[in-house]
Ligand binder design. Structure first.
Ligand code: CA
Length: 244
């Protein structure tokens, strides 16, 4: 029952689970993680080494990257540094997998820019908890936590949106758009940024598609006057604000 609303209809352009790149050279661990991520509603993309990971990232920016410390060729730590120095990947959430538990390694990892660590062997439950915590911190629109903003309440788990308790109906793209804005209030996002965050980057959709969905979202919010919270910022993009 829990899974009913996880995946919007097949023709939808958006999905609620996170796309997670798993960089791990041990096939058994790679498979185990991928299976688990799939069950948790995420989409796993695998890479066996750093070079393959960089190629995958060029193809499509993941929502989160799991990186094994010990990789053949470029190490996991060096891969983290590479991702952190590149503008496009600088803010991607990263969790390191390590077999080495001592504090010095952890510290080196922290300096490298990873968001969190998991020490092998780890339980699936621990992995899920860490992924959720990092996404909550770095990409709250990827979690299923209910969000409130002014009179609006959005629950990703049940796929429901309400204004002062009365439900409003939204299409899957408008839902994801509103979810993104509600988890990133008071900041202006350009159409390109909105496309990257809501549709996924490297998706070749015209920028005016954003305007179309913003318009639909506003009409859905209009009867409750909540459409005024979603501002057009001339020459810059859109912003959800408590002070319209
Ligand atoms: Ca390894």
């Amino acid at each position: 029952m829990e899974n009913i609303y996880r995946t919007p209809s097949a023709h939808s352009e958006v999905h609620l689970g996170a796309s997670i790149l798993v960089v791990e050279d041990e096939a058994a661990i790679q498979e185990l993680i991928a299976l688990n991520l799939g069950q948790a509603g995420h989409e796993a993309v695998s890479a066996m080494d750093a070079q393959e990971a960089l190629q995958r990232v060029r193809d499509s920016l993941p929502d989160l990257v799991l990186i094994d410390w010990m990789l053949p060729g470029m190490s996991g730590i060096d891969l983290v540094r590479r991702l952190r120095t590149n503008e496009r990947t600088r803010n991607v959430p990263i969790i390191m997998l390590t077999a080495r538990a001592d504090e010095i390694d952890k510290l080196a990892g922290l300096e490298s820019g990873a968001d969190d660590y998991i020490t092998k062997p780890f339980s699936i439950r621990e992995l899920n908890a860490r992924i959720k915590a990092v996404l909550r911190r770095r990409a709250p629109q990827m979690t299923e936590d209910p969000v409130n903003f002014k009179d609006l309440t959005l629950d990703p788990g049940t796929h429901r949106v309400s204004v002062k308790g009365s439900e409003i109906s939204l299409g899957p793209t408008e839902f994801k758009l509103l979810h993104f804005f509600m988890t990133h209030p008071e900041r202006v996002y350009s159409r390109t940024q909105i496309l990257d965050h809501v549709w996924g980057d490297h998706v070749f959709i015209e920028e005016r598609t954003v305007d179309v969905h913003i318009r639909r979202l506003r009409s859905a919010l209009e009867p409750s006057h909540s459409d005024q919270l979603l501002q057009t910022v001339r020459g810059a993009g859109y912003r959800l604000t408590a002070l319209p």
